[in-house]
Design a protein around this ligand. Structure first.
Ligand code: NAD
Length: 492
């Protein structure tokens, strides 16, 4: 990538410089600028949304047969796979995740397009039971212009999860990637066009969320917003949506409990807990950031965990062996440090971590060590607020009822992990814990075929799953009169 070159953005199929402010995106491992671009301006938003509306009405995409749209989306999946390595390397530069992770995200984006192509060509509309002289049907229509607003932590996968079903459903899509990670959304738009998605149907508008994201959300022609990001932003979007009577899906924050019972396979549990909180440097909505361990096992388990955390390889994202890369920005690292300090102020003790490590050759990277804090109860600020970094709070528990009460004592309800060999208990706890996603004897596993979403402050609606495509469609009931005689009422 040539940092001297200013990247064009995609405004209703026109690839040109944005007319907003110029800024550079930085590689979090070095702090160096990897690409410069001009953000979108409000005028660009207007042009993109009007252009998307025009393309929706005139391109014929919505009128294509489902298998024809699907063929284009299968091609998107193939093109992503054909350039998987350069995409994964670019994503590494975009947000600093280790290369092993960005490869997985690219593969998942291809799988998402493949899955929603299949969902599109197999979606059935129904003839409903007849109760009069009418043939009655339930069919689905695209919505028009929909918006996809994404965060910085898993670009390409987040964007694919919204773009693929939205396009499969026949819509035009305006994508607003996080300001600091615009590169993969631009790549995906380029690939979609190359695969045959009509020009104008996709726009990618990097820029500040409070300006560009807000303007997209408020635009009268935008008929749905699919948002992934923080809870405060999600609530703001929900207010705007209420005023517009616009459906939204909101994938928001979490503070997910992981529960280790005394009969758990502790080897599996140690590995699972480490992966659940420290992979992606903890910058994951479903990070298992609150750990509850049966008191009888607590000391031994935390010892093993702290030892395991200290062994994790924090370092160069380009190195295939790296397990934790840098955090997204210096500012985000400051915020994580201030949470750790708040935990210590409230009486917590650092069991491991809590420092900026020296990483050879990368003195300016935004690195932070895996951190475990204990000695706090579930009401402490760092047990309640989302930190979105590699910080685990560990709490012992005495019995199952008390555990469930504590696990559910959070405004968030996104995910939960259960480690036990007792299958009856696993089922009982999985049903009692309030969370959109529960993992039993595993953690942070995903399937595009399985719906994903949160309860309460963790969100509204579901993404993924075969029926995920319906989020981007309006349902319509059709009554087709079969009467031989005129309707009787008017007697005319
Ligand atoms: P954020 O809410 O600050 O930003 C997310 C996106 O919204 C960005 O594109 C941003 O520019 C845009 N935005 C910001 N203000 C806006 C506004 N007023 N109107 C419209 N758009 C606006 O979140 P972030 O810091 O980028 O991401 C981290 C958060 O995302 C964490 O809370 C994390 O838990 C959450 N997240 C949730 C999921 C999930 O699936 N539940 C997945 C990943 C991340």
């Amino acid at each position: 990538m040539n940092p001297q070159e200013v990247l064009p953005i995609c405004i209703a199929g026109e690839w040109r410089l944005g007319t907003g402010d110029r800024y550079g995106t930085r590689y979090p491992a070095t702090g160096e600028v990897v690409a410069e671009l001009n953000a979108a301006s409000l005028a660009d938003v207007e042009e993109a949304v009007q252009g998307a509306h025009h393309a929706f009405l005139t391109s014929g995409w919505a009128q294509r047969k489902p298998h024809e749209r699907a063929a284009v989306l299968y091609r998107v999946a193939e093109l992503i796979r054909a350039q998987a390595e350069p995409l994964a390397q670019r994503q590494r530069l975009d947000n600093g995740k280790p290369i092993s992770e960005t490869r997985a995200l690219v593969a998942s984006a291809a799988g998402t397009f493949q899955f929603f192509a299949a969902a599109c060509e197999t979606l059935e509309e129904t003839i409903t039971p007849q109760r009069g002289d009418c043939l009655t049907m339930s069919v689905y229509e695209p919505m028009g212009v929909v918006a996809a607003i994404t965060p910085w932590n898993s670009p390409i996968a987040s964007e694919a999860q919204k773009m693929a079903p939205a396009l499969a459903a026949g819509n035009a899509v305006v994508v607003k990637p996080a300001e600091v990670t615009p590169l993969m959304a631009l790549e995906l738009a380029r690939i979609c066009e190359e695969a045959g998605v009509p020009r104008g149907l996709i726009s990618v508008l990097p820029g500040k969320g409070s300006v560009i994201g807000d303007a997209i959300t408020k635009h009268p022609l935008v008929r749905r917003v699919s948002f992934t990001g923080g809870t405060t932003t999600g609530k703001h979007i929900a207010h705007i949506a209420a005023d517009k009577m616009m459906p939204v899906s909101l994938e928001l924050g979490g503070k997910s409990p992981t529960m280790v019972f005394d009969d758990a396979d502790l080897d599996h549990a140690v590995n699972g807990v480490l992966y659940g909180i420290f992979s992606s440097s903890g910058e994951s909505c479903i990070a298992g950031s609150r750990l509850f361990v049966a008191r009888s096992q607590y000391e031994a388990f935390i010892d093993r965990l702290a030892h395991g955390a200290a062994q994790l390889r924090v370092g160069d994202p380009a190195d295939e062996r790296t397990q934790m890369g840098p955090l997204i920005t210096d500012r985000h690292r400051d915020s994580i440090e201030s949470y750790v300090a708040a935990g210590v102020d409230e009486g917590g003790q650092l069991r491991t971590g809590g420092v900026r490590p020296d990483v050879a050759g990368l003195p300016n990277g935004y690195f932070y060590t895996p951190t475990i804090i204990e000695g706090l109860d579930n009401h402490a600020r760092i047990c309640q607020e989302e930190i979105f970094g590699p910080v685990l709070v560990a709490i012992p528990f005495d019995d199952e009822d008390d555990l469930i009460e504590q696990a559910n004592d959070s405004v968030y309800a996104l995910a939960a992990g259960i480690w036990t060999r007792d299958y009856k208990r696993a089922w009982r706890v999985a049903r009692a814990v309030q969370a959109g996603n529960v993992w039993i004897n595993t953690y942070k596993q995903f399937s595009i075929a399985t719906p994903f979403g949160g309860w309460r402050d963790s969100g509204l609606g579901r993404e993924k799953g075969r029926l995920g495509i319906l989020q981007y469609m309006e349902q319509k009931s059709v009554y087709w009169g079969l009467n031989e005689q005129p309707l009787p009422w008017a007697n005319h």
